[in-house]
Design a binder for this molecule. Structure first.
Ligand SMILES: *Cc1c(COP(=O)(O)O)cnc(C)c1O
Length: 475
């Protein structure tokens, strides 16, 4: 009934075609016996297929009646089913050269962290159990000492991510009060984290000072009132103002805060524990530098430059951290046991100068160009043997990015394998590569595909070339 009423107003030939679409049960009968899949997936695949056929017919395209058969439709059903049976959340090869790629999972964890995850995931643990007293313990105490040791802070706390960290600090210190921020630092960071919005959610009111490109100490000083609860500095992360600019040095902001007895907060965003100039990047204050400068609260991400799991780290003066710990909002933002396990393992690696650079994020930043070149040459050799008929293969000098909102202007010299498909359009090639069983994500630039080898592991060269062979249907 529904079908005939919906098809009213269409031509007889379309109506005839619609009637020729097989019924759901009939299609199920075709495949039920032959494929290994949950009934719900089978049904969904059939329904989607039939809806697609119907839509195509209504739009005037669609199959001929003699093609609406088991022989034609079963392979289509199997394709849809294969997609449903494959995990939605899976591995990809990141050949973009962006090390901390927010869309591809940011930082990769070192083996020590993975071992920690496996243990606490499959065994009971002392997550909130004090093994000394036999009483209830605090999950935060498991990493607080390490965090303080590494950053030089008096106290620390870890929450779900840095956005949560900023929200929690503001809600604790500034709800119903004023927070002074420079106009040039009212940033939006990918994925809809905006300082003015977070401020609103926390119940604090934003007091903007200075101009977009220049803010002076007197701008802050003149904005201080009875209601001022915090002087906030925000790392500009993913953008930069160039030209006639001026920011207030952190030390001056700290002195101003002291003079007026107002705490100073620095949202570092990426927040590195190591001096990045050793990787040829611009020198930026480390978390330790900022604590040493006397900032009262510092927030940064666990999975950006730190190279750990998703987390928001809050460090600073004990008096302030204690207040934050008592905030009930904290319970809603708390980290799970996996985060704790991974974070502790990563922290411990930082104490060992020799092992620090085995943390994948740091390892990829530190990677010497000749190692990347060797990788590129290895891939090129493989591809020239197998793919020359389908694709032009070459290498090129490129620049990798740190990503994660850190240092947007700076590149790390790198090497890419350059592909120019001969038998496919570039857009088709890009989409097939993305759709491969093991998807490969590269950069399309100047009519060619670039695969930056900095973010492709040595052990990914063979799987990557296999994905390429499949795209060109070479066996
Ligand atoms: C990335 C970033 C955030 C958000 O951190 P998440 O860990 O992604 O929640 C906040 N502030 C700044 C300055 C950032 O760079």
């Amino acid at each position: 009934m529904a079908e005939s009423s919906k098809s009213e107003g269409y031509s007889d030939s379309i109506k005839k075609k619609l009637r020729a679409i097989p019924k759901v049960d009939e299609c199920l009968g075709w495949i039920e016996e032959h494929v290994e899949a949950p009934k719900a997936f089978l049904k969904a695949a059939v329904r989607e297929l039939l809806a697609g056929e119907r839509e195509a017919i209504l739009s005037g395209a669609g199959r001929k009646i003699e093609d609406l058969t088991q022989k034609v439709l079963v392979p289509e059903l199997k394709k849809r089913l294969a997609v449903k049976m494959a995990p939605n959340f899976r591995r990809v090869i990141n050949a973009t050269g962006v090390i901390i790629h927010t869309n591809m999972g940011r930082s990769l964890l070192p083996p020590e962290a993975m071992a920690g995850l496996a243990t606490v995931g499959s065994r009971y643990s002392n997550l909130e159990f004090d093994l000394t007293t036999g009483k209830r313990g605090s999950r935060y105490s498991l990493v607080e000492d390490l965090l303080c040791e590494l950053t030089g802070a008096e106290a620390g706390l870890v929450v779900n991510n840095n956005a949560a960290a900023v929200l929690l600090v503001l809600e604790t210190l500034s709800k119903g009060k004023e927070v002074i921020v420079s106009r040039g630092q009212l940033v939006e960071i990918g994925g809809s984290f905006r300082i003015p919005e977070v401020m609103k959610k926390s119940g604090a009111s934003l007091v903007e000072v200075g101009a977009t490109n220049r803010t002076h100490l007197k701008d802050y000083e003149e904005a201080i009132t009875e209601e001022t609860s915090l002087l906030l500095k925000v790392h500009m992360s993913n953008y930069r103002i160039i030209g006639f600019t001026s920011e207030v040095p952190l030390e001056d902001l700290v002195s101003l805060g002291r003079k007026h007895k107002i705490p100073v907060m620095d949202d570092l965003g990426s927040g590195s524990l190591v001096d990045l100039s050793r990787y040829g990047l611009e020198k930026e204050p480390t978390v330790q530098d900022v604590i040493r400068a006397g900032v009262d609260v510092v927030t940064f991400s666990g999975d950006k430059l730190l190279g750990g799991p998703q987390a928001g780290l809050i460090v600073g003066r004990k008096k302030i951290i204690d207040r934050i710990k008592k905030n009930h909002l904290n319970r809603a933002l708390r980290i799970d046991k996996f985060t704790l396990a991974a974070l502790e393992a990563v922290f411990r690696l930082y104490f060992d100068e020799d092992k620090r650079e085995t943390i994948p994020t740091l390892a990829m930043m530190a990677m010497p160009l000749d190692v990347i070149e060797r990788r590129a040459r290895r891939l090129v050799r493989r591809l020239k043997k197998t793919l020359s008929a389908h694709c032009e293969v070459d290498t090129a000098a490129v620049e990798s990015r740190v990503g994660g909102g850190a240092m947007p202007e700076q590149g790390l010299p790198s090497r890419a394998v350059v592909l120019r498909p001969r038998t496919l359009k570039l857009s088709e090639f890009e989409s097939k590569l993305r759709g491969a069983d093991l998807p490969v994500i590269g950069r399309v630039e100047n009519e060619r595909m670039l695969l930056d080898m900095r973010t492709v592991g040595d052990d990914e060269i063979i799987p990557l070339s296999q994905s390429l062979l499949k795209v060109f249907e070479v066996e």
